[in-house]
Design a protein. Structure first.
Length: 247
């Protein structure tokens, strides 16, 4: 029995050393700040372009509808004309505000997508650290809540990069990491973890593949400005109907 225990302890130690070595060698370069600054500049121009375009696309038609309504209802009684003008103004302001907010969300997620490309080494190293923690515990998975407590994303990030990342990038990374179900990923791998048939490098790559797929599908896949294709015509149609049928 002692020989078996010693063999198992030695195996665990070897795996931990393998993971530690990998964490020091995998993707040592984080990202190029020069390239990041260039992309940040391009993203700023993109944001300005989209905000101006959306503001013009929704602001101008709604202003035109408001002017038309002033001519149409200007000669009516104050109470009646005020009600008609209020509805047209309310629809115009609401639709424009919604369009600008949707544009803001699109730009925010798109910016995160660009940042994620630069932070791939960070996420890979975090996967290595997670596997290291699991191996140090004898490849045993506890309940999901216990796993989540063990995998403190904030401390993991600091273990990998210390405080080298800019504060805004740290917040963005934590925002993403806290929404990733690492416990589910690990339980999907529990057979491989328990069997010991795969080395630490393979296990960390398996974990990263799940993480990368989840981030791209959940955060970035459906992020687009296609909503403007149906929302702008809808706004115009509603305003036309109001102008025609409100008397």
């Amino acid at each position: 029995m002692d020989i078996k225990n010693d063999d198992r302890d030695n195996s665990v130690k070897n795996n931990i050393q393998s993971v530690s070595t990998q964490s020091d060698t995998v993707c040592d370069s984080s990202f190029s700040f020069n390239e990041l600054i260039k992309d940040a500049g391009r993203q700023s121009l993109k944001a300005i372009k989209w905000f101006i375009l959306v503001l013009l696309a929704f602001g101008l038609p709604n202003i035109i509808f408001l002017i038309i309504s002033l001519f149409k209802y200007g000669n009516k009684a104050i109470n009646e004309s005020s009600f008609c003008l209020f509805i047209i103004l309310f629809i115009g302001l609401t639709s424009t505000a919604f369009a600008l907010y949707s544009t803001y969300k699109y730009i925010l997620v798109d910016t995160l997508n660009i940042g994620y490309r630069y932070l791939t080494p960070l996420f890979k190293k975090i996967c290595v650290k997670i596997i290291e923690k699991i191996i140090s515990g004898g490849n045993r998975l506890m309940g999901k809540r216990d796993v989540e407590k063990m995998l403190n994303v904030g401390s993991l990030m600091i273990e990998v990069y210390g405080k080298k990342l800019p504060n805004y990038l740290q917040k963005s990374v934590k925002f993403i990491l806290r929404r990733i179900p690492f416990s589910d990923f690990l339980f999907n791998m529990q057979d491989d973890l328990k069997s010991g048939r795969k080395d630490s490098k393979t296990l960390s790559e398996m974990l990263y593949i799940q993480l990368d797929t989840y981030i791209k599908n959940v955060f970035f896949k459906n992020n687009s400005m296609k909503w403007i294709i149906w929302f702008l015509p809808l706004n115009i149609i509603i305003q036309i109907i109001l102008l025609i049928y409100i008397k």
